[in-house]
Ligand binder design. Structure first.
Ligand SMILES: *Cc1c(COP(=O)(O)O)cnc(C)c1O
Length: 413
């Protein structure tokens, strides 16, 4: 079909595959761990709905939940018990949260979190890190100024200077830089971070760095926000906060907790969360927020994650990937839980600037060759790859061997 009406032929820019100079992949259907395009090609899918599909496509329990919603209603625009069920299930994995608000996307969650932080602190500045992504609200479409200057630059046109000037961007995993940012700006409302960054390949924060962030936030009265929209239920089977035993004031969730339906969530301590309307003065609302479709699918996805056999299976898949991809010289394979990424670097990167040192042509070539061999990795060197419970051990073993050979092949050409 000719694609003349959609802007750029897509509804989200990465889907053009322009970053790897390829035509877009137009999907026709997906089952289990495989995705099929309109030309009949079959791919082992490492994109996994950008992380949302931890059970792959068409998981039986999620299908049953979908069937239930078919007869009981997709949308009420009113409250229902499914919301509290999903909230309770999330709390069983992430016990430190006291209150939660569901929204429809990660973007909404991040946007709302800084509004709450600004209201709580009566301050305006926010601190974020180069290479982290927090959705497409104005405040976060910023990058680090040249030379590591803290004055941020816009990543998009149309962002008011007044908004841009309130965002400070510094290097990820740079403890000295973090101290300096607080020293120079004692009036920061919120520090927002992906504690395991999945939007610059895969770069986990160092534990010391997160500990220092927690300390500085306590000292300066700044709200600490963990954006776990991607790494939540992925880096571990709960939150990175619980995994590292470092607790933010606010945690953002999304992707996995919707079971494939649109979702976002902001959660945290009662005193902050109660600032949200209708309890408090910070306005936030949504026609589709907490809808039955999302809540039922999300609940089904989390119930599946509770199963030991699923966690063990994901770990096994991870070990297979590690064992085949870890000991190669000119590439570095990084994995945490069901997130992984291969870098054309001799050491694991610590920040976005390290990730940038990869050769873009090598990556494009790698992507193209893998696609031709039926392996679909994200069409950008800045995206994490995802494992899912529908993947079979033998498929992953085959894929890992092909990935390894292909990486060596592109490095040798
Ligand atoms: C995906 C993502 C978002 C944005 O979520 P959307 O649902 O796409 O708006 C925000 N933060 C992180 C870390 C993400 O990975």
């Amino acid at each position: 079909m000719k694609r003349t009406l959609l802007v750029g032929g897509v509804n989200s820019p990465v889907r053009t595959f322009a970053a790897v100079s390829e035509p877009p992949l137009i999907c026709s259907y997906a089952r289990g761990s495989f995705l099929y395009d309109t030309q009949g090609n079959k791919y082992l899918d490492f994109i996994g709905g950008w992380g949302a599909l931890i059970h792959g496509h068409s998981n039986p329990r999620i299908r049953r939940a979908l069937k239930k919603v078919q007869t009981s209603g997709i949308l009420y625009g009113l409250t229902h018990d499914g919301e509290e069920k999903l909230a309770n299930k999330i709390k069983s994995f992430i016990p430190f949260i006291e209150k939660i608000r569901f929204l429809n996307s990660g973007t909404e969650a991040a946007m709302t979190a800084i509004r709450v932080a600004r209201a709580a602190t009566k301050r305006e500045k926010i601190l974020m890190f180069s290479g982290c992504y927090h959705g497409h609200a104005d405040s976060f479409l910023t990058k680090m100024g040249s030379g590591g200057a803290t004055l941020s630059l816009p990543l998009s046109e149309g962002i008011p200077h007044g908004v841009l000037n309130k965002t400070i961007v510094i290097r990820y995993n740079d403890t000295e830089g973090l101290r300096k940012a607080f020293h120079d700006n004692p009036d920061i409302a919120a520090l927002i971070i992906e504690p395991v960054a999945g939007n610059m390949g895969l770069v986990p924060a160092k534990k010391d760095f997160l500990t220092e962030a927690r300390k500085l936030c306590d000292k300066f009265g700044t709200i600490l926000i963990f954006d776990e929209i991607m790494c939540g239920f992925r880096a571990s089977y709960g939150s990175v906060a619980e995994l590292y035993n470092i607790f933010p004031d606010i945690i953002l969730l999304g992707k996995v907790i919707g079971g494939g339906a649109p979702v976002g969530a902001i959660a945290g301590k009662e005193n902050l969360m109660s600032l949200l309307s209708p309890e408090g003065p910070v306005y936030q609302a949504g026609t589709f927020s907490g809808n039955p479709l999302t809540c039922n699918l999300g609940l089904a996805a989390l119930i599946e994650i509770e199963k030991n056999r699923n966690i063990n299976h994901l770990e096994n898949l991870g070990f297979i990937m590690d064992s085949i991809l870890s000991d190669t010289k000119r590439i570095t394979f990084v994995r945490l839980g069901s997130m992984c990424c291969l870098f054309f670097l001799s050491e694991a990167p610590e920040n976005r600037e390290d990730v940038d040192r990869q050769n873009r042509d090598v990556f494009s070539n790698f992507h193209k060759k893998l696609r031709a061999k039926g392996i679909l990795i994200p069409p950008s060197p800045y995206e994490t790859w995802f494992l899912n419970t529908a993947m079979k051990e033998r498929d992953i073993k085959n894929a890992a061997l092909i990935i390894r050979n292909t990486a060596e092949e592109v490095l040798n050409t």
